[in-house]
Design a protein around this ligand. Sequence first.
Ligand SMILES: Cc1cc2nc3c(=O)[nH]c(=O)nc-3n(C[C@H](O)[C@H](O)[C@H](O)COP(=O)(O)OP(=O)(O)OC[C@H]3O[C@@H](n4cnc5c(N)ncnc54)[C@H](O)[C@@H]3O)c2cc1C
Length: 535
Amino acid sequence: MKMANFTLHHLLPCLLFFAAPLVAFAASTPDDFLQCLSLHSVNAFAISKLVYTPMNSSYSSVLDITIQNLRFLTPFAPKPIYIVTPLNVSHVQAAILCSRRYGLQMRTRSGGHDYEGLSYLSEVPFVILDMVNFRLISVDAEDKTAWVQSGATAGELYYRIAEKSKTLGFPAGLCPTVGVGGHFSGGGYGTLLRKYGLAADNVIDAQLVDAQGRLLDRESMGEDLFWAIRGGGGGSFGVVVSWKVKVVPVPSIVTVFTILRTLEQNATKLVHQWQLVANKLPNDLFIRLILQSNNSGPNGTRTMQASFNTLYLGGVDSLLEVTRSSFPELNVTRQDCTEMSWIESAVYFAGFPRGTPLEILLNRSSNTKTFFKNKSDYVRESIPESGLEGMWERFFEEDEGVAQMIWNPYGGKMAEIPESAIPFPHRAGVLYKIQHITAWTTGGNEVAPKHVSWIRSFYSYMAQYVSKSPREAYINYRDLDIGMNNVIGSTSYKQASVWGKKYFKKNFDRLVRVKTVVDPENFFRHEQSIPPFSS
Ligand SMILES: Cc1cc2nc3c(=O)[nH]c(=O)nc-3n(C[C@H](O)[C@H](O)[C@H](O)COP(=O)(O)OP(=O)(O)OC[C@H]3O[C@@H](n4cnc5c(N)ncnc54)[C@H](O)[C@@H]3O)c2cc1C
């Protein structure tokens, strides 16, 4: 996943607007804020050790460490007045109460993977509540459940589950460094989505601190709020402290393969065929497609390359039977396949070579950071070959290796879960989801306008082939191009429904109703947070 441009709405208003209030605030209240935190915290002595201001030498490293999108890792990005790194629930409660008291906006950060940086950027004076120290995971293998605190990563969760049992897993992201706080809040999918649905589909309880500073669990928050936090997007309803999840059975042996095909090797026809079969395969088979242009054509010429990146929940013999009968065109051979444990497959899908120690899943910095701008689409009718050829032409207009698409097959369990079960609505009828990516490592923010403009134009071309009214999008692939709230002043239902209906379809209205009850003053807000009716 990747993405780009420090858009004007992020940069210019910050430079013009942000500097003055920050000075004014800093001159009058920093001690007050810290005293307020101490007053409302258990273990108050520790508070000063948990709060970072620009005066601390480690402020920048604490701020920068989990920022994934290099577009936002720049001195020009707005910086928080405080970073609070709570160790216990009372610190979370105190941070909420004191931010309210001193008129500071709060941004909650767990893994820092938000594509638009909404967990650590704001155009008004703000505090980051960084959940990095909330990392406990306790797995009950007999009960097949686990409690996981929101600052833990998906990789840490997989690792701790596998420590208890090699035949248990969890259906969350392919990228092990995503934080479960934001990831589960927006749905969260990975290689097990056709078998078990999303991470959020498998959450059975949660602890959350609300805008009043109350610690709630499923019973005390009630089913409406519990519904909303499982897919309604992070940063709208409160601070999730921990999730209780169902862990799921996986076989002791799974099989993986990645088959590469270029245009000269019939990629267009194969990609077309994939659209017809991928969502109808047995639930145990997940074949995603990664499409990019590179120089793998004859004599190093530029071509499109399709990677059929696959997990099968079973051994190689039965995988070969399934692919021969359901997708013979791909011509999968035994040599293409590798058997391994499910936890080893998590390392494989994170892009590490065979033999990489499983402990890589515990490394929160294992992901290569890039400058990126991503977008998403849902496809409900297969795209004709002529449409695919139009995509390839556009890919050849972008620099080599910068643009990518990842197509994730739906069907299976995803089609069985009703659209209203949780706020995530993209279910029956979806053939696959597209993630559009432009990601680069050289040229920095100077080349961002060029790449961002390319992806926006590509997205316009795709409109004819993807879901319509609304053009659906995935909340965890945050994209401010599709609309946003006013960052300052009141938010409006009408304005928010432009982006809200794309992420949530009809569920958006229920999310707004829940928000109106639980946070009517709209304390938890950002550019794409759910607004209350009154604001
Ligand atoms: C490299 C990379 C790989 C990815 N791979 C996948 C993938 O395989 N599958 C997939 O579904 N998605 C994937 N994503 C997208 C990812 O799911 C989202 O970016 C997700 O929101 C990240 O959660 P986070 O905690 O890391 O992010 P953060 O930036 O910390 O938070 C994201 C949002 O949630 C809010 N939030 C964070 N913590 C809390 C909390 N404790 N309580 C309430 N709100 C909170 C934030 O304020 C922000 O609005 C990937 C992203 C990246 C950058």
